[in-house]
Design a protein around this ligand. Structure first.
Ligand SMILES: [Zn+2]
Ligand SMILES: [Zn+2]
Length: 435
């Protein structure tokens, strides 16, 4: 009898506990998962990317309020947003149109059923603020960027919905000095994410910092190409030879003086590839002519290493030059001054036997790596041998730490960020593990 009383009490306890748990769980609002193509930027802000075109729209939510930024090009994105609003009981009350381009407005008719307060470049001024629930959105207007007016939204000083002011494909199409002004305004804020007009969300303070720095470098060094020359600015030019896996020769100018880094290889017609040099002749000869036509005094020749593609045509430059620097006559970290250009020459390892390869820093923010980094090749192709793995890793780690504004590799196009170095290091770390 005693036993059955205990069982009854126990049973009652179990029922009570279950009931409590049940009521608690029914009180917790079911969280609605976001679709795969959305990015949760935190604080109730979502980026909705059109998987076809990469164009982004954004949804800002706060309490039971929601605002939409742009209407995008594909109807699927808007339909997803509407579905989400329905499931979360959010009321869409505001719409921001960052720019009147079809990428931003094509689907406006799909949100016409909502009673929307609409903010456009025509009724919003730079610095204006708009409240969405407890969030404050600040308008950053940049009418000088394009022929059309446009703006970005800064949400609670944390997230930037950039519209087309920033796109994330590493090749900003239109760059203006005003980008620099904007970047310098944004840098101290330490944004947690940027939703670009196009491309993946840049998420995390470090990533945002790196992205802004990369765009800054692109504005600073507005690279242009013509006739196999890459112009970095008025003082730095790269001549690239497609017949030698795009090996680079770099001309650095200060006033009437010039320095050349690497001197190329081959003789004229033997390097003809698909007619590229049929008219222009030998690449090294063109660099010589470039220097002569500008009446420049060739003060220094710097050779990164003595592989033929970087050094064979030294004889063409030798008669013109004052100094020749190479691995044999430098001290590690040696400074070389030429007018307003300060070079620093240091040993870089992995691609050749130790101490037979140098990289060159120019004015603290540019690095000419030589062949420890190339656009076309992987480290396993470039490394001189497995025993140079550790020195190679530490060379690249050292270069990476400097966060150069511009990296000019031994072969191929220059880079604005450390992504290539990271990819190289990843490969080298994998090689290390295989030991
Ligand atoms: Zn080489
Ligand atoms: Zn090479």
């Amino acid at each position: 009898m005693k036993n059955s009383i205990i069982s009854f009490a126990t049973l009652r306890l179990i029922v009570t506990i279950s009931f409590c748990l049940l009521s608690v769980s029914s009180c917790v609002k079911e969280s609605v998962p976001i679709p795969q193509n959305w990015t949760d930027c935190g604080n109730g802000v979502f980026s909705v990317q059109d998987p076809e075109t990469g164009v982004n729209i954004a949804l800002i939510t706060s309490g039971n309020q929601a605002a939409l930024v742009d209407a995008g090009v594909d109807s699927a994105s808007i339909l997803q947003v509407k579905e989400y609003l329905k499931r979360t009981n959010l009321s869409l009350s505001q719409l921001f149109i960052t720019q009147y381009h079809k990428n931003h407005t094509r689907n406006l008719s799909l949100v016409s059923e909502y009673p929307l307060e609409t903010h456009t470049p025509f009724n919003m001024k730079h610095g204006a603020t708009v409240k969405i629930g407890d969030k404050t959105v600040k308008i950053i207007s940049s009418p000088r960027f394009t022929s059309d007016n446009n703006f970005s939204l800064l949400i609670d000083n944390q997230i930037l919905v950039a519209g087309d002011l920033f796109i994330n494909d590493r090749k900003m199409k239109t760059l203006f000095d005003m980008h620099l002004e904007l970047i310098r305004q944004l840098q101290p804020i330490q944004l947690s994410s940027i939703i670009p007009g196009y491309g993946n969300v840049i998420q995390g303070k470090t990533q945002v910092e790196e992205y802004l720095k990369a765009v800054e470098s692109q504005v600073k060094y507005r690279i242009s190409t013509a006739d196999n020359w890459v112009k970095i600015n008025d003082d730095i030019f790269i001549s690239t030879n497609p017949a030698e896996h795009d090996n680079n020769m770099i001309v650095v100018i200060s006033g009437k003086e010039a320095s050349v880094i690497d001197v190329g290889s081959g003789g004229g017609e033997t390097n003809v590839k698909e007619g590229i040099y049929q008219k222009s002749g030998n690449q090294s000869q063109r660099v010589v002519e470039f220097i002569q036509q500008r009446n420049l005094v060739l003060k220094n020749i710097i050779i990164t290493h003595y592989h033929s593609d970087h050094s064979e045509n030294l004889h063409l430059f030798k008669p013109l030059a004052g100094n020749i620097f190479d691995y044999r006559n430098i001290n590690n970290g040696q400074p070389v001054k030429m007018g307003d250009k300060n070079f620093r020459l240091f040993y870089s390892e992995g691609h050749t036997a130790p101490n037979e390869h140098i990289s060159i820093e120019i004015n603290d923010d540019i690095i000419v790596t030589g062949d420890v980094l190339c656009d076309f090749a992987t480290p396993s192709l470039l490394i001189a041998g497995r025993k140079y793995l550790e020195p190679y890793i530490s060379t690249l780690e050292t270069i990476k730490k400097q966060n150069y504004a511009l990296i000019i590799p031994g072969h191929g196009r220059p880079f604005f960020d450390n992504a290539k170095i990271d990819a190289y290091l990843e490969d080298l770390y994998a090689m290390r593990k295989k030991k």
